[in-house]
Design a protein around this ligand. Structure first.
Ligand code: ATP
Length: 320
């Protein structure tokens, strides 16, 4: 394979730039050319391409966002849009494609592979950590670290005023950001889509912690369950303690990637290009038990994410 395409798609995630750099530099190392495609599948359909060079990816390893930009693209769901995308690839002599994105972006890649025979490699880039086949996705670690930083600050003021802080985090239908941010910031309670919650139990845990000498509480709510405002309102109606709500929002998606995300980016990007170089397409790369793996894209997108109940129990035990 002599020329490959590269795009970022879906929601952006810290570490996407570092992965772009790793893809481009690895390809150049093996004597391959990389064509950058701007705005995800939208750019593939509209032929928005840029040549990528050793120097075009300088100074981006530490930057959040994606230099190739990203978009959601409805046309990619339709046959007409898909055919335009395939035409762009053919016109530029692109023989294989690397797609950095989440679940939806992988479905687009699967379609290009399955229906049109384009060798495609998916790199999991989403803060949500909602892909079943990989332990971690690119951007998740940085997003959780951002949540921790904000919860630390909230904890200071909640402690002074002896309040309960309800903090909303992202993750769509996946509770991983809430779970990891909850455990590592010392939250007492997390509310996640995978486990139905009971307000009586929430009150019981808060009261017990106060009886044990606590002056404030942190509750992390995943956006897939409800908003911080709605939860706080409901809680305030059944407790005498003062409740405040905070939605961390889009700051979770930005910022300089953490060491863990930069390391994943380097390894994922490198692995993706090595696969294409060896003529292997139709795969996604990931990490399992600290090892970089690849697997069939069709199998990967059909897997159901398993919630980590052991970690949830750990939180319950140590957050008294
Ligand atoms: P995130 O998890 O961060 O939201 P994502 O990749 O899951 O990222 P989506 O908006 O679900 O984000 O998908 C990105 C794009 O992938 C869509 O806008 C669409 O262009 C393409 N896509 C998604 N599903 C399909 C599908 N079934 N067939 C073809 N293309 C698809």
């Amino acid at each position: 394979m002599k020329r490959i395409g590269l795009l970022t798609s879906g929601g952006d995630a810290p570490g996407m730039n570092a992965a772009i750099r790793a893809v481009v530099r690895t390809a150049i190392y093996f004597g391959m050319e990389v064509v950058g495609i701007e705005r995800g599948y939208k750019g593939l359909i509209d032929d928005l391409t840029v040549p990528m060079s050793m120097r075009s990816v300088s100074n981006i390893v530490h930057r959040g966002g994606t230099m190739l930009r990203t978009a959601r693209c409805l046309e990619m769901f339709e046959r007409e849009g898909q055919e335009k995308a395939v035409k762009t690839l053919a016109e530029h002599g692109i023989e294989g494609l690397v797609v950095i994105g989440g679940d939806g972006s992988f479905r687009g890649a699967k379609c290009l592979t399955e229906t049109y025979g384009i060798p495609t490699i998916g790199i999991p880039g989403t803060i949500d950590n909602d892909l079943a086949y990989t332990d971690y996705t690119l951007g998740f670690d940085t997003a959780v670290n951002t949540c921790i930083e904000i919860i630390n600050k909230l904890r200071d003021t909640m402690e002074s005023h002896e309040r309960i802080s309800v903090v909303e985090v992202m993750g769509r239908h996946c509770g991983d950001i809430a779970l990891y941010a909850g455990i590592t910031s010392g939250a007492e309670i997390i509310i996640v889509p995978e486990i139905p919650y009971d307000m009586d139990d929430v009150i019981m845990r808060i009261n017990r912690s106060r009886e044990n000498g606590k002056h404030s509480n942190i509750i992390v709510v995943a956006e897939g369950v409800t908003s911080a405002d709605a939860f706080a309102e409901k809680l305030q109606s059944v407790t005498e303690h003062s409740v405040r709500s905070t939605n961390i929002g889009h700051v979770q998606r930005g910022g300089s990637p953490s060491m863990a995300d930069r390391m994943l980016a380097a390894q994922f990007g490198n692995k993706a290009v090595r696969l294409l170089k060896d003529g292997i397409g139709n795969r996604v790369v990931g990490i399992r038990k600290n090892e970089i793996i690849d697997m069939d894209i069709i199998e990967a997108v059909s897997m159901k994410k398993r919630f980590n109940y052991e970690l949830y129990e750990t939180l319950q035990m140590i957050s008294m």
